[in-house]
Design a protein around this ligand. Structure first.
Ligand code: FAD
Ligand code: NAI
Length: 482
């Protein structure tokens, strides 16, 4: 079999499938090669995000929050529930159904947009030929060719040498989405996004959870005020943190993981039912092209690209987790659209990596966009700060979710919004408004002059903008301006 396309996309995650659909919309003959297999060995488009990332984790977060509320929070609303119990199997099945509906949706979108799909492992050969190796024995390898190639092969969980995954006791995030029993004692190496989201899930479902991280301080990329409040909230919820842990290794003894680590107080060991290792992800770039193609990888394995995701080899692009920048689905998709439009000859702007929104789906949620105070200080940029607590927001009170606050950072001279940082209810949704304001170059005064509906959580963003100029209404402001 040999076929030629305008564009071949290798990888069908949120980078690759979005790029392929946009290419097809723009009238380009498009194919996508993706190697993902579901538990039955069948193709399942959507990559990490839909199959074992964003979507299943958020389904578990939702279910575990319902369970937690039913047990601990309904009483405060005057709703009495007796005998609340957990059906973990049903909870996991619901998650699998959510995943199936969305992955099948991508297959349907491919059909509707006439994107040719090949299930197999792609390798880029010289002359923009793509060798497709089938995943099942007995099927034959074949080649396709293209004028343009987009590499969107994503990333995989990083493994620690001293803690190799065994798929049963020492596991990655994928296995941690499908424990068949709630672990009594769960250890997590790492205290980043995955550790906090999945640690919270299993904590709400009943596990004792200990997170061990190598460096002091939580969430170094977040605003320090937000990170500090987050740590306090998570500790109150019962998450235990060991900071500065140097992991030595683990042994499996009587169906338990015995984890050894050192910290400044000496040597320790923990007996755990399960251990999740969530210490970051590494790009899937190994063996992706034959040497003659001439692509370059950096020291960490990311494919080198410019601001437009061009690799330096004519007609070959790379997007998403396999290139520099935050490893986030929306960043991958945005790069996919940009490259598709570039190939189609449209004028495009590079994706602004400085204003990609970050969201951590804990309770309370954490979200930010733009610069942190530390970054502004390091850059020597003068800035003003406005902040507003959810405790003073009517909707948050009605919801019973008063933890957290909004912080807005604006340029001291121009008043342009430089960053917005939120910890609190629905922070994931509220941050979109901040991103929009920043993309339109809004000043804090522009946001302050906008009319927000009442009672909404978004009023906290409005009040934070007012507070930049010391004129928030629902908190007492020192030195209120005329
Ligand atoms: P991927 O989604 O990894 O897709 C790459 C695809 O390429 C896969 O299907 C893979 O099988 C395929 N592939 C690899 N090599 C080949 C090859 N040689 N030939 C053919 N196919 C190949 N991000 C968010 O923005 N929000 C979240 O809430 C979020 N939650 C997450 C939760 C978890 C538990 C995890 C693990 C990740 C989460 N992420 C989240 C990160 C997000 O999943 C990734 O940033 C995103 O999936 C990257 O998209 P991608 O298209 O670059 O790669
Ligand atoms: P991460 O980079 O967020 O966190 C890694 C953690 O591991 C940090 O706490 C770090 O200090 C710790 N660590 C690193 N090496 C260590 C060691 N040797 N010993 C102990 N601790 C060590 O990575 P994580 O949580 O694995 O997530 C990977 C990526 O997936 C994220 O960076 C993010 O891009 C994406 N993701 C995004 C989500 C979202 O947008 N809500 C949710 C989940 C994942």
């Amino acid at each position: 079999m040999s076929r030629h396309f305008d564009v071949v996309v290798v990888g069908g995650g949120p980078g690759g499938y979005v790029a392929a659909i946009r290419c097809a919309q723009l009238g380009l003959a498009t194919a996508c090669v993706d190697a993902w297999r579901d538990e039955a060995g069948k193709a399942s488009l959507g990559g990490t995000c839909l199959n074992v990332g964003c979507i299943p984790s958020k389904a578990l977060i939702e279910s575990s929050e319902w369970y937690h509320r039913a047990r601990h929070e309904m009483g405060a609303h005057g709703i009495k529930l007796d005998g609340v119990s957990l059906d973990l199997k049903a909870l996991l099945q619901r998650k699998d159904q959510v995943v199936k509906a969305l992955t099948q949706g991508v297959h349907a979108l491919f059909m509707a947009n006439k994107v040719n799909f090949f299930h197999g492992r792609g390798k880029l050969l010289d002359g923009k030929r793509i060798a497709v190796s089938p995943l099942d024995k007995g099927e034959k390898a074949f080649e396709i060719t293209a004028d343009n190639v987009i590499l969107a092969t994503g990333s995989s969980p990083a493994e620690l040498e001293q803690l190799p995954f065994d798929g049963k006791h020492i596991v990655d995030s994928t296995a941690a989405l499908a424990f068949d029993k709630v672990p009594k004692k769960l250890g997590i190496v790492g205290a980043g996004v995955i550790a906090l989201e999945l640690g919270s899930v299993w904590r709400r479902l009943g596990s004792e959870v200990v997170l061990l991280k190598s460096r002091p301080g939580l969430l170094p990329a977040a605003d320090p005020h937000i990170a500090g409040e987050a740590l306090r909230c998570f500790r109150e919820q019962g998450l235990q943190f060991v900071m500065g842990a140097r992991i030595q290794g683990a042994e499996i003894k009587r169906n338990k993981v015995v984890l050894s680590y050192q910290d400044d107080n000496g040597e320790h060991s923990l007996r755990l039912d399960k251990l999740i290792v969530a210490v970051g992800r590494r790009p899937n770039s190994e063996g992706l092209w034959e040497e003659a193609v001439g692509l370059r990888r950096d020291a960490r394995g990311f494919i080198e690209v410019d601001a437009y995701c061009r690799t330096g080899v004519d007609g070959v692009y790379a997007i998403g987790d396999v290139v520099r920048g935050p490893m986030l689905a929306h960043k991958a998709s945005e790069e996919g659209v940009m490259v598709a439009e570039l190939i189609a000859g449209k004028t495009v702007l590079p994706v602004d990596l400085d204003t990609v929104p970050s969201v951590i789906y804990t309770d309370p949620e954490i979200a930010w966009v733009g610069a942190t105070e530390n970054e502004l200080k390091q850059a020597g940029r003068a800035y003003k700060v406005g902040s507003f607590p959810f405790a003073a927001n009517g909707r948050a009170r009605a919801l019973g979710r008063t933890e957290g606050h909004v912080r807005m950072l604006a340029d001291a001279a121009t008043d342009r919004v430089l960053g917005v940082h939120i910890i609190g209810p629905q922070a994931s949704e509220l941050i979109a408004c901040a991103k929009l304001a920043m993309d339109f170059g809004a000043s804090s005064e522009d946001v302050a002059m906008t009319l927000f509906a009442h009672p909404t959580l978004s009023e906290a963003l409005h009040e934070a903008a007012l507070s930049v100029d010391q004129r928030a209404i629902h908190v007492v402001q020192a030195g209120k301006k005329a």
